[in-house]
Write a protein that binds this ligand. Structure first.
Ligand SMILES: *Cc1c(COP(=O)(O)O)cnc(C)c1O
Length: 429
């Protein structure tokens, strides 16, 4: 218990924290169903009134302008990818032209690796890790095959010592002379560990290796300094902490020092904007991150981002990070105090500096505990075989949400209500 202080564990404490919360007024902007506590913003962020409005505005621009919507209206479609890249730049610590909103996580990975993976002589391998999200690993293997290499001996996956986290020194030790490119997550999707991107970039560059990061779980959740750290490239989705909606268009970063580089997978949207409609068969690709676009942007899947990003612009990522840490720390302390009898293991790093925006717990009955939580309108995120991710999100979750979720989880455990359900995952988990 905390300093024998029962007040800390009481609902009134959560309510007081909520009153003092400088971001409290944003909660009403997000569509959280009455009576539901949504803790799955690390998988799919919630719809906000501003995102809804910008989506409807772009739908209306199609109605109003037809083809002329590309250049007319409030948000001319032809420039959206660049304009939103600029708006996102502060979230990654990039310069405006280093970002472009395009593609998806996996297609952007393919695009960037096909440009940045340049095997030469003995330097032919790709270095990744064994804890990354499967899509990234599938894509890296297919990139190796496309260049004529066998993934079995050309993809090196740094091992985790504890099955949850990675140690930077193990990654650095694997940066050998045969490695051409490194791809790592910024925040691990299960444990939520933040990797030291600055250190890893420095060490990679000392050895002449190109390095890129997948920011899916860090974007909108923690600050980055990609430009200053010298990161070569990065990419991310926008439907998790950025709240862009299911399948919203992703984004990428290419460091200024690589401007002029040829896209690996070219298309007419790789063009310099003013040349695109010359319709020549010789591509004059953009010099900046814009070169890494391929085809026509999915305008209606970009549209919600206009509204969704405005919150980040208005508040700033530092304040969002501050509240996020307060929420995850509060949740961790409550879980430790209230659920110590029930075999939960918190596998997220304890120190704030290396923990992203969610907590990760393991329990042998995780699948059915998640089903019981959902039945009681607490929305967690199950990761097979025994993981539960809980993301109290700064923009729309309250301290009271955290308090109530832990109380309900405790009741489910005490009364064994999870036993009503099968301990298996659903199709989408
Ligand atoms: C969410 C996520 C993805 C998803 O990729 P999509 O192409 O958007 O489906 C990929 N990698 C990581 C690390 C993720 O967290």
């Amino acid at each position: 218990m905390k300093e024998n202080d029962n007040a800390f564990y009481a609902c009134e404490y959560a309510e007081r924290r909520d009153e003092e919360d400088p971001l409290k007024n944003y909660q009403k902007d997000f569509y959280m169903k009455q009576g539901t506590i949504y803790l799955d913003g690390n998988s799919l962020g919630l719809l906000s009134v501003r995102a809804e409005r910008s989506l409807l505005e772009l739908l209306d621009s199609w109605k109003q302008f037809g083809i002329d919507g590309w250049t007319q209206g409030h948000y001319p479609w032809f420039y959206l990818s660049e304009d939103l890249g600029k708006k996102m730049a502060p979230l990654v610590g990039g310069k405006e032209k280093e970002l472009i909103v395009t593609g998806s996580t996996t297609t952007n990975l393919h695009q960037l690796v096909s440009a940045f993976y340049e095997p030469q002589g003995q330097r032919t391998k790709i270095l990744a890790d064994e804890l990354n999200f499967p899509s990234d690993i599938y894509a890296l293997k297919s990139q190796l095959k496309l260049k004529g290499y066998e993934p079995d001996n050309h993809l090196i996956q740094v091992k985790s010592r504890d099955g949850q986290t990675l140690q930077e020194k193990d990654i650095i030790a694997a940066m050998t002379e045969d490695v051409a490119l490194i791809l790592l997550p910024a925040v691990l999707y299960r444990s939520g560990q933040i990797l030291d991107m600055k250190l890893l970039t420095e060490e990679a560059h000392k050895r002449g290796i190109v390095i890129g990061f997948d920011l899916c779980h860090s974007i909108g959740s923690i600050p980055h300094e990609l430009h200053d750290w010298g990161v070569d490239f990065a990419f991310w989705c926008t439907y998790k902490h950025l709240n862009g909606g299911p399948g919203s268009v992703g984004a990428l970063f290419v460091h200024e020092k690589h401007f002029g580089k040829e896209p690996g997978l070219a298309g007419w949207f790789s063009s310099k904007k003013e040349k695109q409609f010359d319709m020549k068969h010789e591509l004059e690709h953009a010099e900046d991150a814009g070169a890494f676009q391929i085809g026509t942007p999915h305008v209606l899947s970009i549209a919600p981002l206009i509204g969704a990003l405005s919150y980040f612009e208005e508040i700033g990522i530092e304040k969002i990070r501050e509240k996020s840490l307060q929420l995850t720390n509060y949740m961790k302390e409550l879980l430790e105090a209230e659920l110590s009898d029930f075999d939960f293991v918190i596998q997220s790093p304890k120190e704030d500096a290396v923990r992203g925006g969610h907590l990760y717990l393991e329990h042998p009955e995780a699948a059915r505990i998640c089903k019981a939580l959902k039945a009681e309108n607490i929305i967690p995120d199950f990761r097979a075989p025994q993981g539960i991710r809980l993301a109290p999100v700064a923009l729309y979750n309250s301290f009271k949400d955290v308090w109530r979720s832990v109380q309900i989880l405790k009741d489910i455990m005490v009364e064994e209500r999870y036993k009503k359900y099968k301990n298996e995952r659903d199709v989408v988990a």
